[in-house]
Design a protein around this ligand. Structure first.
Ligand SMILES: Cc1cc2nc3c(=O)[nH]c(=O)nc-3n(C[C@H](O)[C@H](O)[C@H](O)COP(=O)(O)OP(=O)(O)OC[C@H]3O[C@@H](n4cnc5c(N)ncnc54)[C@H](O)[C@@H]3O)c2cc1C
Length: 391
């Protein structure tokens, strides 16, 4: 087993790291203060191909492996989270429904727009009464007999809804069929009957937006359906594997930034005549952070590696574990870093409290930590049942 990244990946990692340091991080404080992401940063993200890292090159993306994509995410996570919401979410749940289920014509029509960042994609699954239990969604799609589906219902918390040019919308053709009644549709912004509703204020993530979507007799051409009727739920879950793999890497990048800040602070701050880092209590805090981060990074890279291999069950479990482990790890690292900074850590003079708030969401979105545990546990049970089955 070789734990070294290939020279190509190392070069890519260094390029993104320099870009984030020079072109994104300098804007962090202003984004937090104004809620505006500068146009030049967006241009930089587009120039670097960060809206399409994992999108196949044939459709305008960089065509990187999932590991290459995760290395980029790790670096982006060291800057304000608004950058990741814009480009990173576009790479996974924004683009994957079309990549996985689109016809050749659909892929050629939409993926190059998404991969270039000219158009932002959004993923509309969650509803007020259907979050973790997403198969109970109530948005309906009914054929109108004239080449269209008519969508009615409401979605909530949809990332990038105000900015998006394309929405993948999950709707049921027959609620009695449960998850097997769901289909996915691409709905273009501006389609009559689609309204972006209330923007929901979140604990963190200024500069990015999460909103309601309202569908009122919204007519969508049959040509915009992704895959077969009844396959929408399975498609959503497959896309979330990509999202969770990326979020695992996001946690690693954010924790790396926090650890570096904590080491710098513990080296410069003195108490009781010594550097903070010379007190064993603080030394152990730093060591525990580094050990937890290292473990989460290995799991994140393994999840990325599995993603690129054709074993759906292993990919789903690895993605769930990576997000579960990463989300807990980064919260502990953020909390410890804040503690090491003392009052300064809790104040808005330093970025720690912002990152502490920003990383809290990973335990919730793209499936909560409880849902990740459920995925892992059910996979364990399947394995045990197979092992114990009479031959
Ligand atoms: C910032 C942000 C961005 C988001 N972006 C998007 C997006 O772009 N698109 C989209 O479709 N959705 C999006 N979401 C929605 C997100 O995916 C849901 O919030 C999430 O899946 C949880 O659903 P819920 O909020 O309805 O919580 P609920 O499902 O009501 O769960 C509440 C709590 O109960 C727990 N729980 C539920 N069932 C069980 C169980 N069986 N066993 C144990 N515990 C359980 C949950 O883990 C959770 O802790 C976003 C959310 C946020 C906060």
């Amino acid at each position: 087993m070789d734990f070294n990244l290939s020279p190509d990946l190392v070069r890519w990692q260094e390029r993104v790291r320099a870009f984030v340091r020079d072109e994104l991080q300098p804007h962090d404080a202003a984004i937090e203060a104004t809620g505006m992401v500068p146009a030049e940063s967006l241009d930089g993200l587009r120039r670097m191909g960060l809206f399409g890292t994992n999108t196949p090159a044939a459709y305008g993306g960089l065509g990187l492996s999932m590991l290459g994509s995760c290395l980029a995410v790790e670096e982006i996570a060291k800057a304000h989270t608004a950058f990741y919401y814009l480009c990173g979410v576009n790479v996974h749940i924004g683009s994957k429904p079309i990549e996985f289920a689109g016809s050749e014509a659909q892929k050629r029509r939409w993926l190059p727009e998404l991969a270039s960042g000219r158009t932002i994609g959004a993923f509309a699954l969650t509803e007020e009464d259907a979050g973790s239990d997403a198969a109970r969604l109530a948005t309906t799609a009914r054929r109108d007999g004239a080449g269209h589906y008519v969508l009615n219902g409401r979605k909530i918390y949809i990332t990038n809804a105000p900015e998006a040019g394309l929405f993948t919308v999950f709707a049921t053709l027959d609620p009695a069929l449960g998850s097997r009644g769901i289909a996915a549709f691409v709905v273009e912004a501006g389609t009559p009957g689609l309204t972006v509703g209330r923007i929901i204020e979140m604990a963190a993530g200024r500069g990015s937006h999460h909103a309601e979507l309202i569908f009122e007799d919204c007519r969508v051409p049959e040509a915009n359906r992704l895959g077969a009727e009844g396959w929408g739920f399975a498609l959503a879950m497959r896309c979330l594997d990509a999202g969770r793999t990326h979020w695992g890497a996001y946690c690693v990048g954010a924790a790396q930034r926090l650890l570096e800040l904590a080491i710098t602070r513990a080296s410069s701050r003195r108490t009781f005549g010594q550097q903070l880092r010379e007190h064993q209590g603080v030394e152990w805090m730093l060591a525990d952070m580094a050990a937890a981060l290292h473990g989460a990074r290995l799991v994140a890279y393994e999840a990325a590696w599995r993603y690129d291999r054709d074993d759906a069950a292993a990919r789903t479990r690895a993605a769930a574990m990576s997000k579960l482990i990463g989300a807990d790890m980064v919260q502990r690292v953020a909390d410890t870093t804040l503690q090491i900074f003392g009052g300064a850590g809790y104040s808005k003079d330093e970025p720690i409290e912002r990152i502490w708030r920003e990383t809290r969401v990973v335990r919730i979105l793209d499936g909560t930590s409880e849902m990740m545990r459920r995925i892992v546990a059910r996979d364990l049970f399947r394995e045990a049942d197979r092992r114990n089955a009479p031959v």
